[in-house]
Design a protein around this ligand. Structure first.
Ligand SMILES: [Zn+2]
Length: 210
């Protein structure tokens, strides 16, 4: 498959990205065999419990960047994430696009979500922030980006390709993005157990970001 030419997003974050948003976190600096799984866009009533089951069985901890309106809708699932020892972060109230709503409206979404999340971790939807939003948010939050994007949201690829991407690009301290959302479900089911099992066999641990 001609995945390089057709790719509309970088699987591996380009090296220069962290020079622009210097206070955002792209990877944890370590030589230890540790990886940081992150799950965006939940909680979801079926997919998030399935993810929690996998993490529990494989003794892995992770970080969930939740959407405020989904927390409001599924508070018991949100509580279960915390109860099982994972970290949570803010992903805006309604998956806001930084280039499509006003700065004030965006910050309001973050504030409303923070009342429920209360963690100080923030990940911008689509990985996009304006310079003004970055300057505001870096004061109130640890902005968490990523090192490896497996593309589980991409309907053009299979779960096996997601696995290959993570195996190729993950290194000690990598922050890896998955989605506990319907658009990723087909690929997530295939990719998540394989990724965790592979790296566990290599001696890696999976930690949450907080
Ligand atoms: Zn998202």
């Amino acid at each position: 498959m001609n995945s390089v030419k057709s790719l509309k997003y970088p699987v591996k974050t380009p090296f220069w990205a962290s020079w622009i948003w210097t206070e955002a976190c792209w990877r944890i600096e370590t030589q230890q065999p540790v990886l940081y799984l992150t799950f965006d866009d939940g909680p979801h009533p079926e997919i998030t419990p399935w993810v929690l089951e996998q993490l529990n069985q494989l003794h892995a901890k992770a970080t969930f960047f939740c959407i405020g309106k989904n927390i409001q809708r599924y508070p018991e699932i949100f509580q279960r994430i915390i109860h099982e020892g994972h970290a949570v972060g803010n992903h805006t109230w309604n998956h806001a696009h930084a280039f499509q709503i006003s700065k004030n409206a965006y910050l309001q979404e973050v504030d409303d979500t923070e009342l429920l999340v209360k963690s100080g971790l923030f990940r911008p939807p689509y990985g996009k922030l304006t310079w003004g939003l970055y300057q505001s948010l870096r004061k109130s939050h640890q902005i968490v980006m990523w090192d490896v994007l497996c593309g589980d949201f991409d309907q053009q690829i299979t779960g096996e390709i997601c696995v290959k991407r993570v195996l190729k690009h993950a290194r000690p301290g990598s922050i890896i993005v998955f989605h506990d959302s319907p658009k990723a479900w087909t690929r997530l089911q295939v990719a998540l157990p394989k990724v965790i099992n592979h790296f566990k066999q290599q001696g890696y641990d999976f930690f949450s970001l907080k």
